[in-house]
Design a protein around this ligand. Structure first.
Ligand code: PEP
Length: 252
């Protein structure tokens, strides 16, 4: 029996109108009051963030931003800083989502800088890692994922690990309706935890490792039944109040 509280996170990406975001945030806050043995987190867009944070205030829902700058402040048009995210009420920052790694070409070195900015603010950093289909099919999935982990966190000072969560998201499973089998996901989660244990033995048993990639109400139970899967990072199925409520309910 581990002591890691399950964490279900909804990544809203660039979806929803402000009105829809407000309605969804209210529904998520209600859902979270019903399942007090698991944690719930939402990542609205920056423009929805303040309203969602107001609605979630005093509830069990944590708020995060989907990205932040690699710089502290200054002339970086269109960016927001980790300190601004904190000021707005964020507790988590999502770093290295595959859409940012692959579409926006964010490199491992760039993402490491972002991790540093997040941790300087004493925020929680949720680092996404994951292989492409070609990398999996050529037998390199584990090397790619552990390489991403090493690049972002390999040099991390021991006291900072308590502010880290990891989301393993195979790129081929995101938004595609395909997902890793619970056994395949578990194997990668165990490999991640083993590597973290080499980097920081004390933190490894406490570190939350979430799975992401077409998680739905009907497959989350089997995933969460695995020893090293501590929650889910959910895109599509987090955008509807009913399906997100079902997800949280089934995340045992
Ligand atoms: C995600 O956005 O991180 C994700 C996993 O999306 P989806 O659940 O839609 O595959």
């Amino acid at each position: 029996m581990n002591t890691r509280t399950p964490l279900i996170a909804g990544n809203w990406k660039m979806n929803l109108t402000l009105k829809e975001a407000e309605t969804l945030a209210k529904a998520v806050a209600e859902t979270a009051t019903r399942y007090t043995d698991r944690d719930v987190l939402i990542y609205p867009t920056f423009l929805q963030f303040t309203q969602a944070a107001k609605i979630a205030q005093g509830s069990r829902v944590a708020l995060g931003v989907q990205n932040c700058s690699a710089e502290k402040d200054g002339a970086f048009t269109g960016e927001i800083s980790a300190s601004q995210a904190k000021e707005a009420g964020a507790q988590f920052v999502l770093i290295g989502h595959s859409e940012r790694r692959h579409i926006l070409k964010e490199s491992d070195a760039f993402l490491k800088q972002k991790v540093e900015r997040v941790l300087e603010q004493n925020l929680m950093c949720m680092l996404c890692v994951g292989e492409t289909l070609a990398e999996r099919e050529s037998g390199h999935a584990e090397a790619v994922v552990l390489g991403q982990l090493n690049a972002a966190l390999g040099q991390l000072a021991p006291q900072l690990w308590k502010n880290i969560a990891i989301a393993y998201e195979p790129v081929w499973a995101i938004g595609t309706g395909k997902n890793a089998t619970p056994d395949d996901a578990q194997a990668m989660h165990a490999a991640i935890r083993r590597r973290v244990s080499e980097l920081n033995q004390d933190i490894a048993p406490q570190l939350r490792i979430l799975y992401g990639g077409s998680v739905k109400p009907d497959n989350i139970g089997a995933l969460m039944g695995k020893a090293d899967i501590d929650g889910a990072l959910v895109g599509g199925a987090s955008l509807k109040a009913e399906s997100f409520a079902e997800l949280v309910k089934n995340a045992k």
